[in-house]
Design a protein. Sequence first.
Length: 360
Amino acid sequence: MVRAAVLPAIGAPLEVTDIELPEPGPGRVRVRLAAAGVCHSDLSLSDGTMRVPVPAVLGHEGAGTVVAVGEGVAHLAPGDGVVLNWAPSCGSCHHCGIGEVWLCAEALTGASGIHARTADGTELHPGLNVAAFAQETVVPVNCVLPAPDGVPLTDAALLGCAVLTGYGAVHHSARVRAGETVAVLGVGGVGLAVLQSARIAGAAKIVAVDVSPEKEELARRAGATDFVIASDTTARTVRRLTGGLGADVAIECVGRPATIRAAWDSTRRGGRTTVVGIGGKDQLVSFNALEIFHWGRSLSGCVYGNSDPARDLPVLAEHIRAGRFDLSAMVTGRIGLDGIPAAFADMVAGRGGRALVVFP
């Protein structure tokens, strides 16, 4: 039996309880978690913004050590450090065939399977495939990637979602070029990764926007040259800070209509607006036909940073080892499983960066 944070029903509070994992069958791996990041997507799963089968073990951003492997797993062995990959690509669907592995049609099929059972026999699903809010997990072998050498596993957990998403939003979706101006709306875990990645890309001015003034120090450490308290005049302030033009690139990391609209309005004529945040299906954003023509901006969604983890993790590892990307600077709280509800509350209130569940 291992301890895990279980979502018993949509909208219900998480319950920390004992669960029983199966032995790893063919093509599967058992991993002892070192750490798991508390991502806004976990909150979206718990409140029903994103739908998954329940009851479920949540958590999708993690890293740990292999403790056992099933038949047919030849390239991993007990003791190997791994990063969990919550969106594995199947390699055979249309999107995988054209290189868009982040849009794999089969990526989340594993979430509907049976992952574990509680002491009374209740069947549990893996929230986003990997069920990282637990001391140990059993996952398909394509849900793990080798942990980068020289990166502590507790820090490497952040590579599983926030860092890949933020780095990819800058380099693959928005395609920030050296010398450009970038506005980042939302300074949570992903926003902090976006700020660091924009700095690495050589952005000349990086404007961080958030509702919380307490995040200014975090944002500036991550690379922000300017900090703006979010308000009805956010776009006007960003334009003033960028010579009256607006940012070449605005990246939205919140997923709310008002913030998406503010990101669009903060972008210069001909610029690029990328939406990373996940909003609800009933939350609408309005544009009129004339402004779309007049401003000539592009608006794009961004799934998992449009990243290919197998390609991007080694690149990120080099940035980390060289000191260009600081994983520890993103962590504003190290907690146990019992601390996840409070971390959810902090996200709702706009407090902090990334909370990290650290396992003994």
